[in-house]
Design a protein around this ligand. Sequence first.
Ligand code: FAD
Length: 650
Amino acid sequence: MYDSRDRELGMDRKITRRDFLNGVAVTAGAALMPWHLMGEDAGKEKSPGYYPPALTGMRGSHPGSFEAAHALRDGTFWDTAGKPQDTGESYDLIVVGGGISGLSAAHFFRKLNGEKSRILILDNHDDFGGHAKRNEFRVNQSFRLGFGGTFSIESPAPYSAVAKGVIEELGIDVPSYSKYVDKKLYRSFGLRPKIFFDKETFGADKLVVNFHPNGGTESEDASKESAEVLKQFLAEAPIADQAKHDLGSLIQDPKDYFPGLTSDEKKAKLARISYANYLKDVAGVHADIVKLLQTAPHGLFGVGIDAVSAQDAWGLGFPGFDGLSLDPTPGKGMNRDAIPNEEAEKYFFHFPDGNASIARLLVRKLVPSAIPGSSFSDVVLAKADYSKLDVESSPVRIRLNSTAVRVKHMGDAASATEVEVAYARGGKVFTTRAKHCVLACWHVVIPYICGEFPEKQKEALASAQKVPLLYTNVALRNWTSFQKVGANSVYAPGMYHTGVNLDLPVSIGGYECAHKPEEPIVVHMMKAACHPGLAARQQHIFGRMELYTTTFETMERKIRDQLARTLGAGGFDPARDIAAITVNRWPHGYAYEYNSLFDSFWLEGGVTPCEIARKPLGRIAIANADAGAYAYTDEAINQAWRAVGELTKS
Ligand SMILES: Cc1cc2nc3c(=O)[nH]c(=O)nc-3n(C[C@H](O)[C@H](O)[C@H](O)COP(=O)(O)OP(=O)(O)OC[C@H]3O[C@@H](n4cnc5c(N)ncnc54)[C@H](O)[C@@H]3O)c2cc1C
């Protein structure tokens, strides 16, 4: 039942959302449905109309994708599994995980062993690409794309020769990006990054110009920090007068809080203190400043400034460090994201569906009949034929909706000639064999599916606690309200989603972005599910539980409320203006990156857990971005290359 506020928000409106699975409303209870009852339609990928990118509602780790793995974790899977059925299939390689790392592993294996190599790729989701996920929308006559995960080709450090090689083999012309993006579009309508202050956190709902160069959002079109913008911000922000004074001083009257220490000594101190504590205890600023900046690093790290070191905050350009006269070279223990690199910054390309275009180009190479076309730009509008992904006549087969549940050598790892992989699909368990196996799945899963690794390695694998995130796409009938409030991106430190962005205006391969405010658009919203005050890994564990147990209905209500409050002054009506909502839920999101506050080995040197975790065993090698503890596409590719190389040597 909806109350009057719900009706104002449009909770009762028929929009495109999919909160039903096999006719059953998806609630927290449904998330607990036994895996073997979740769907008996093995082979559904071949049915007409099977087209996951067009599904809306709860996507990402969608219902039906994780129950088998969670039953394995809970030790209950084999109670209901029955005897596995042998498919009788035999491959040169089985890849577990159909993300960019798994797809790249298949690509490299064929390059090294010939195009006739027989390869099976298993993935538990209903679509391929892993985090590189495509969301499609139709609003009136307009077709709109959104990125459900991986946003763009970008990395803090330059792409390796191997990763760049793959991008070039796929034909992606990274330097041509400026041809496709209309960098001036939003500015031409008077839009700029803003901050939304909410009444629960700051005492008043208010939208104010963003004073920070990139505002902690993903907007590329970020405002330049300037005295004028800061002045306007300080005049309008609903924060205490003392906080305004303190922020002005932090930026315009910087102090050396550590006089007498060398630059290295200062950096060593900054590496061991959180940015929140630096602001409070060292700079002594008003608490409102800490509240304002708390969620600024969410988009990068999935945690707030309580769990980001002051040294990383300095590298990222947050306020409060100009008076320390730090030598610009990176300090020990800095996160790679916080180390500026000009060459890397230039290597940027955003497809309208994010790096799903990379996944689709890889699939086109592996199974050409599944994705028509021949150029890197025509892939944007190419319609994938999911019925072709897993056919006997193709040397490479991609089997979706299939969770690997057991991976073992047929005999002793040192002398076995085959690996057997058991997977759950459509409520049943099947086995298949291969000469080699690459585990390109999330590292926390591996100890549950492959018992052969040594205990120390299993511990290292389990320490790769992924960062939980929501990447939400809301299709709007128009963006006139954004125009009226003058914002193209909104940083919202107190709200459910802390980032709200109009997507980068990219037109490519026949796809046209929204050029006018009257046209439909996809708004991207980002939430990091974190629990400030705890160590980063603990925050990720609690955040993961939160995302798995929050219903779509609750998320939808929060989305509608947030957009209504942020854009209300621009005439936004959530009941009228929202055409569709897709929440890409990633309880296992970014790869865990090491952090000088919590990982002493990162600060002091020594072997990192990912180096222990990725050791091959017999005919099984380990890939995924987790294997490099680096949440970027280039690392997913680098690790696939290493893993395939190890197998070829074995
Ligand atoms: C929301 C989000 C945004 C991101 N944005 C960017 C960006 O803009 N640029 C960038 O470079 N990187 C970005 N990343 C990092 C991104 O993770 C990497 O770029 C890359 O796509 C990771 O690829 P992968 O193959 O290593 O992992 P994944 O994409 O996670 O693929 C692994 C796959 O294995 C599957 N799997 C797990 N267990 C099993 C099992 N037992 N059986 C079968 N399959 C299994 C998983 O479900 C998944 O589909 C982002 C990540 C997230 C979550």
